[in-house]
Design a protein around this ligand. Structure first.
Ligand code: SAM
Length: 222
C-alpha cells in the first residue's frame, strides 16, 4: 500500500512542493558543479562503504553526483519526498531503487543496511523527529555499518524561508553540539564530526558532517 502523502501545509508538504518546482534549479546549482565540501563528503562515504554493500540514501534528490557515485558496485535504495526529484534520480541512476516517502515515516527491518547516508536533507526535517530518526537508523544498520550525514550547526526550531532558490522552503535544526550528542545517544559511534562551509554558497551555508558507525557488538551484549 502506498503510504499517505504529507499533510497539507505541513513542513514536509512545503519541502515536497518546493523541490517539485526547483528540481532543475537545485541540480544546476548544486549537483553539476559540486563544491569541495560535497566532494569531500562523497570521498568519505565512498571510502567507508564496502563494495557490494546495501546502502540507504535519505533525501537522494536528483541523484547527482552522490547517488550515482555511491550506487556504482553497490545496492542503493534512494528515498525522497519529491516526485520531481525522483523522476530525475531514476533517469540519472538507472541501477538504483527509488522510493517516494517522507523519511520520518520509513520502517525497515533491523540490520537491513551496510550504510545510511543523508546529504543536505536533515536540515529540512522538523527537528523533533531527529532523535527518533537517528535511533531508527542505528537499528537499520548492520554491526559496523556506516552513517554519514550533514546536520545544521545553529539552533533553529523550524520555519519557512521565503524565496529560497525561488520557493518557500522549510528548515529546522539543532546546534552542532546538540547534533553530536543526539548521534551518540542513538548508539552510533562517531568517527569524525567537522563543521564545513560551502565555499561560494550565496546562503553562506555551513553544515556539521558526521561520520559514525553502528557498534560491532550486538545490542544487549555490551
Ligand atoms: C538539499 S536537497 C539534497 C539532495 C541530495 N541529497 C544532494 O546531495 O544534492 C534535499 C532533498 O531532500 C528531500 N527531502 C526533504 N525532506 C524530506 C523528507 N522528510 N523525506 C524525504 N525526502 C526529503 C528533498 O525533496 C530534496 O530532494
Amino acid at each position: 500500500m502506498t503510504p499517505p502523502g504529507p499533510e497539507t501545509g505541513s513542513p514536509q508538504a512545503i519541502v515536497a512542493a518546493g523541490y517539485d518546482r526547483i528540481a532543475d534549479t537545485y541540480l544546476a546549482w548544486s549537483g553539476r558543479r559540486p563544491s569541495a565540501t560535497r566532494l569531500h563528503a562523497l570521498a568519505l562515504a565512498d571510502a567507508a562503504i564496502p563494495p557490494g554493500g546495501d546502502v540507504l540514501e535519505l533525501g537522494c534528490g536528483a541523484g547527482l553526483p552522490m547517488t550515482a557515485a555511491l550506487a556504482r558496485g553497490r545496492n542503493l535504495t534512494g528515498v525522497d519526498i519529491s516526485e520531481a526529484q525522483l523522476e530525475r534520480a531514476r533517469a540519472n541512476v538507472p541501477g538504483a531503487t527509488f522510493l517516494q516517502a517522507d523519511l520520518t515515516t520509513l520502517a525497515w527491518p533491523a540490520g537491513s543496511f551496510d550504510a545510511v547516508v543523508a546529504f543536505y536533507v536533515l536540515t529540512h526535517v522538523p527537528r523533533e523527529h531527529h532523535a527518533e530518526l537517528l535511533a531508527r537508523i542505528r537499528r537499520w544498520l548492520r554491526p559496523g555499518g556506516v552513517f554519514l550525514a550533514s546536520f545544521g550547526v545553529e539552533d533553529d526550531p523550524g520555519g519557512v524561508e521565503a524565496d529560497w532558490l525561488g520557493v518557500d522552503m522549510y528548515f529546522s535544526h539543532f546546534s552542532a553540539r546538540v547534533n553530536r550528542r543526539l548521534v551518540a545517544e542513538a548508539g552510533l559511534e562517531i568517527e569524525s564530526a567537522e563543521v564545513l562551509a560551502e565555499p561560494g554558497d550565496r546562503f553562506d551555508a555551513r553544515f556539521l558532517w558526521v561520520l559514525a558507525r553502528a557498534p560491532i557488538a550486538p545490542v544487549g551484549s555490551r
